[in-house]
Design a protein around this ligand. Structure first.
Ligand code: PMP
Length: 361
């Protein structure tokens, strides 16, 4: 039996053990083909089955119909920061963005290289400690789209209520909370996520786009045009086959867990365990995030000193809890509780936090 740690890295991050075990079993001989899925042509029937299943499972789990297209694109979520404005922001138009953290800022920076940007809401002046209320997000009626980041991986915030974009297409970076709870995904004209958190290993972004939105694409470079990939079901060129294979296994695992309703129940319990300890000693575990904006996926807090943080991280590592260090730009502790983290992992962190405070409080 392999020794498995509880892995709290923010991404790439923990994958379901069941998925890794299937991948391991199938690695050298994919279902009797005599070769691995990494070595099979992306035009083969074996791979085609995987590819098609990954697309349809994604839609099934997220309750989306034929009016949406699932794409698997190279370049991670960061490539989407460019592709969104390249496709939808026309000359003379303005795109609206809500700035809720480092990743939103990067998306804004990229869009500014392509066209006009209006910051429709921001929590920058408050160190990104909250998500602006829907009533504080002012989206111009003629904006090309409104872009939000549903979960802020570094700041530890998450939208619990979406802004009302009216007739303006709503676009979301859901890299760190896609498929983590029940959600009306049809509110979005396009949403995307780097695979390496809730979906699979690194190597691609899942982009889900409403078909009618594709009619609005501007002509551009072939590989950066959503229509190229939509028309060929992400097989215009060689897709990241192995990543997509693991995504398919993860989506099957998710379906087996009861889909979004099942995973929401698990994720709710996990975050309650950790925030519960924070709330029992808020002066010791200082969480900078406003209560109504707390992320279920990335819980951030500081301890009374950097020395104590180092000690906490060392004790955690010794106890088999790894990847708890906060992002280098903000420091502190970050507990990432993506879908594949079992409840036991969240309980173990919560127990360590409580005992650490007792010993060092
Ligand atoms: N958006 C968010 C919310 C993220 O957390 C990240 C990566 N952690 C990115 C975008 C960038 O993703 P990638 O590394 O796949 O480009």
């Amino acid at each position: 039996m392999a020794k498995r740690a509880f892995n709290f890295y923010a991404g790439p991050s923990t994958l379901p053990l069941e998925v890794l075990e299937i991948a391991q079993k199938e690695l050298t001989d994919y279902r009797g083909s005599g070769i691995s899925i990494m070595e099979i042509s992306h035009r083969s029937p074996e791979y085609d089955e995987v590819h098609t299943a990954a697309m349809s499972l994604a839609k099934e789990i997220m309750g989306l119909g034929d009016d949406y297209k699932v794409l698997f694109l190279h370049g991670g979520a960061s490539m989407q920061f460019a592709m969104v404005p390249l496709n939808f922001l026309r000359d003379g138009q303005t795109a609206a963005y809500v700035d809720t953290g480092s990743w939103s800022s990067k998306a804004i920076k990229e869009a500014k290289k392509i066209g006009g940007v209006h910051v429709a809401g921001s929590s920058k002046d408050a160190n990104y400690a909250f998500i602006p209320k829907p009533s504080d997000i002012k989206c111009p009626g003629d904006a090309a789209y409104l872009h939000i980041t549903t979960n802020n991986t570094i700041a530890g915030t998450q939208y619990h209520e979406l802004p009302d974009a009216g007739a303006v297409p709503l676009i979301a970076d859901m890299s760190s909370d896609i498929c983590s709870r029940r959600f009306d995904y049809s509110q979005f004209s396009l949403f995307y996520a780097g695979a390496q958190k809730n979906l699979g290993p690194a190597g691609c972004a899942m982009v889900i786009v409403r078909k009618s939105m594709l009619e609005k694409c501007k002509d551009g470079l072939t590989m950066l045009d959503y229509r190229t990939h939509a028309e060929k079901d992400s097989l215009f060129n060689t897709p990241p086959c192995f990543t997509i294979y693991i995504i398919k296994l993860v989506l099957e695992w998710l379906k087996g867990k009861g889909g979004l309703a099942g995973i929401e129940k698990l994720n709710r319990a996990k975050q309650e365990a950790v925030y519960g300890v924070i709330d029992s000693a808020p002066d010791y575990f200082k969480c900078p995030v406003e209560r109504g904006s707390r992320s279920w996926m990335n819980i951030v807090f500081r301890l009374p000193s950097e020395e104590l943080e180092k000690k906490f991280l060392a004790e955690a590592k010794a106890a088999g809890l790894i990847g708890l260090k906060g992002h280098r730009s903000v420091g502190g502790i970050r507990v990432s509780l993506y879908n594949a983290m079992p409840l036991e992992g969240a309980h173990k962190v919560a127990e360590l936090m409580a005992s650490f405070k007792k010993a060092n409080g």
